[in-house]
Each structure stands twice: as structure tokens, then as C-alpha cells.
Design a binder for this molecule. Structure first.
Ligand code: NAD
Ligand code: UDP
Length: 310
């Protein structure tokens, strides 16, 4: 049994990770300030004596005897990370420093949940880990993008300078149950709108592309990354290369829900990336990992989840 700390553990991805780690028989501390996460996401774990839920903000130091740290604490949807942009930068940067310091104090391995946003509005397509990105330093997405980029820098500097065992994964758009209904991300927005037969809000003309992975695939990749050889730091892309336009996504959701919703067009937010698709060759080689859940299967389970909570 390992003792594992998951920051941001009450959020969408964190709650699935906590469940997976508890099911594997580990002891888990789930640390969260509940800004975008919710106790209800981990409610089912509360009776387990090996699960502990702690209210804490990662911008403050934290100490606990643990073997592994998964650092996920950070709002991930544009409306949430832009709500208090300064706090978002602090969460990424100070949160990274605090978790790296903790890892050093107790000799733990630490994994950073980075993001495809480090590639910004990419000129190289699909994105490989060696691409440095095309990121605006002063735009409305910069608090998130640059915060995450700085966190990657800190992880690599602690690795080189302080000999820490670190892992960096770059997560591409992920969806599934436990997504918050009102965080403004495209899959939750479209499914909720479709189920309520409300207008589907396409930003821009809907021709921008994304590649969506189901959360179970991500969790598998994350755990595999944590268990790689100590010398392998990443960064490694974890995503589903199945790329399509946002309009195609909307059409698929209408079809699967049997909705009467119509499309309405709203302005494209500034710095919204035009295209995004992971190159997952490195994950295949190092983690022997690739996504397994197809879009239709993943969407149907997510639609079921939203039907229950609406
Ligand atoms: P989420 O908003 O559901 O979860 C984030 C969690 O972190 C929430 O529980 C929130 O309350 C907590 N949190 C935020 N600030 C905190 C702070 N200062 N101290 C303690 N806890 C704090 O988002 P998610 O989609 O589950 O994302 C989890 C991680 O994965 C984030 O780091 C995000 O950047 C990364 N990521 C997610 C995606 C995606 O598509 N979902 C893509 C790329 C990267
Ligand atoms: N989007 C949209 N309608 C919505 C929400 C989002 O057209 O109601 C678009 C958004 O402009 C972006 C894409 O869908 O191009 C993905 O948005 P999301 O916020 O989910 O993720 P990110 O932009 O961070 O990849």
C-alpha cells in the first residue's frame, strides 16, 4: 500500500484518480480548496478508512508523510481560471513550489498535471512534446497557460538542481462524469443544452478543432506515467488523437441525445486555439498506452451522468 496525495482531488479528474487509487488498495489524501471541486465527487470514498479529505489551499505549504503526489489543483475551465486570474497564477506557481518542497522533504515522487495549453494556438500540428508552443503572455488565457508553463519549468529545475523524481504529463481536452454542469467547457455545455432542448452555443463558426479523451483513458495514462522508470520525467502528451470540429461535436451530441436544440453563434473568445491534436507516439513508446474509449461510448456515459444530475 502506498500513501498518495492528490491535490485537486475533489475536482472532475481528481475524483476519478482518487477512486482508482483507493480501488487499488492505496491510502489517499485528497486535498482541495473546493473552488471548482465538490465533496459530492468523492462522497462514495468517505466511508473508506484509507481515504482522507482535507480542505487546504495549495498556495500555502502542506506537510504529510506520503510516497507519491499527483498535483492537479488548478481551475481548468476558462470561465473559472479567468474569474481570479492572479489566484490562478498563484495556484499553478506557488502550488508547484509547495508540492515540490513537500516531495523533497518526505522523499516522494511528484507528478504535475500540465496541459495542452502550453502549446497555445499551435502552429505545429499535431503537437509533439518537442514543440515549444505559440503562447500569448498577456492575454486572458495567459494566467492559465503561463502558470502551467512556469510549473513545468519548476518541475524540471527541481529535477536537475535538487534531484527530485518528477513526472510531467500534458493533458489534452478530457471529458466524462463528474464534470461540473456550469463550468462552461464545451462538452458539459453542449450536453446540458441538448438535454434541456436549449440553443447550442457555438463560439465563432464552430470550425476550430479539438481532440477529446474520455477520463478513464487519462487516469490509466496518469497512473502508468507515475510508475515509469525514475529517469523518465516527460513531458508526455496524454490525449486522444481523434480530432474534429466543435460543430461536428455539437451535431454528434444532438444525435445521441435526440435533442430538438438549434445552433446559435456567439463570438469566439480571444486567443481561442484554432486547432489541437496530440501526437501520442511518446506515450505509446514509454507507457505502452493509448486511448481505448471511442467518442460515442464516452459521450453516452457522460450524457447518462448529466441526465441524473439535471
Ligand atoms: P476541476 O476544476 O474539476 O478540478 C480542479 C480541482 O482543483 C478542483 O477540485 C478545485 O477545487 C481544486 N483547486 C483549484 N484551486 C485550488 C487551490 N488553490 N488549492 C487547492 N485546490 C484547488 O478541473 P479538472 O478538469 O479536474 O482539472 C484537473 C487538473 O487537470 C488541472 O490541473 C487542469 O489544469 C488539468 N487539465 C485538465 C484538462 C481537462 O480537459 N479537464 C486538460 C488539461 C489539463
Ligand atoms: N466552445 C463553444 N461553445 C461553448 C463552449 C466552448 O463553441 O459553449 C468552444 C470554445 O470556444 C473552444 C472549444 O469549444 O474552441 C473548447 O472549449 P473548452 O472551454 O471546452 O476547452 P479549451 O478551449 O480550453 O480547449
Amino acid at each position: 500500500m502506498k500513501r498518495i496525495l492528490v491535490t485537486g482531488g475533489a475536482g472532475f479528474i481528481g475524483s476519478h484518480l482518487c477512486t482508482r487509487l483507493i480501488n487499488e488498495g492505496h491510502s489517499v489524501i485528497c486535498l482541495d480548496n473546493f473552488f471548482t471541486g465538490n465533496r459530492s465527487n468523492v462522497w462514495h470514498l468517505m466511508p473508506n478508512p484509507h481515504f482522507e479529505l482535507v480542505r487546504h489551499d495549495v498556495i500555502n505549504p502542506y506537510i504529510a508523510e506520503v510516497d507519491e503526489i499527483y498535483n492537479l489543483a488548478c481551475p481548468a475551465s476558462p470561465i473559472h481560471y479567468q474569474h481570479d486570474a492572479v489566484k490562478t497564477v498563484k495556484t499553478s506557481v506557488m502550488g508547484a513550489i509547495n508540492m515540490l518542497t513537500l516531495a523533497r522533504q518526505v522523499g516522494a515522487k511528484v507528478l504535475q498535471a500540465s496541459t495542452s495549453e502550453v502549446y497555445g494556438d499551435p502552429i505545429v500540428h499535431p503537437q509533439t512534446e518537442v514543440y515549444w508552443g505559440n503562447v500569448n503572455t498577456i492575454g486572458i488565457r495567459s494566467c492559465y497557460d503561463e502558470g502551467k508553463r512556469c510549473a513545468e519549468t519548476l518541475f524540471m529545475d527541481y529535477y536537475r538542481q535538487k534531484r527530485l523524481i518528477i513526472k510531467i504529463i500534458r493533458i489534452f481536452n478530457t471529458y466524462g462524469p463528474n464534470m461540473s454542469m456550469n463550468d462552461g467547457r464545451v462538452i458539459s455545455n453542449f450536453i446540458v443544452q441538448a438535454l434541456k432542448n436549449e440553443d447550442i452555443t457555438l463560439y465563432g463558426d464552430g470550425s476550430q478543432t479539438r481532440s477529446f479523451q474520455y477520463v478513464d483513458d487519462l487516469i490509466e495514462g496518469m497512473v502508468r506515467m507515475m510508475n515509469t522508470d525514475d529517469k523518465f520525467t516527460g513531458p508526455v502528451n496524454i490525449g486522444n488523437p481523434n480530432e474534429f470540429t466543435i460543430k461536428q461535436l455539437a451535431e454528434r451530441i444532438i444525435e445521441l441525445t435526440g435533442s430538438k436544440s438549434r445552433f446559435i453563434y456567439k463570438p469566439l473568445p480571444s486567443d481561442d486555439p484554432r486547432q489541437r491534436q496530440p501526437d501520442i507516439s511518446l506515450a505509446k513508446e514509454k507507457l505502452h498506452w493509448q486511448p481505448r474509449v471511442q467518442l460515442e461510448e464516452g459521450l453516452l456515459s457522460t450524457i447518462d451522468y448529466f441526465k441524473k444530475i439535471i
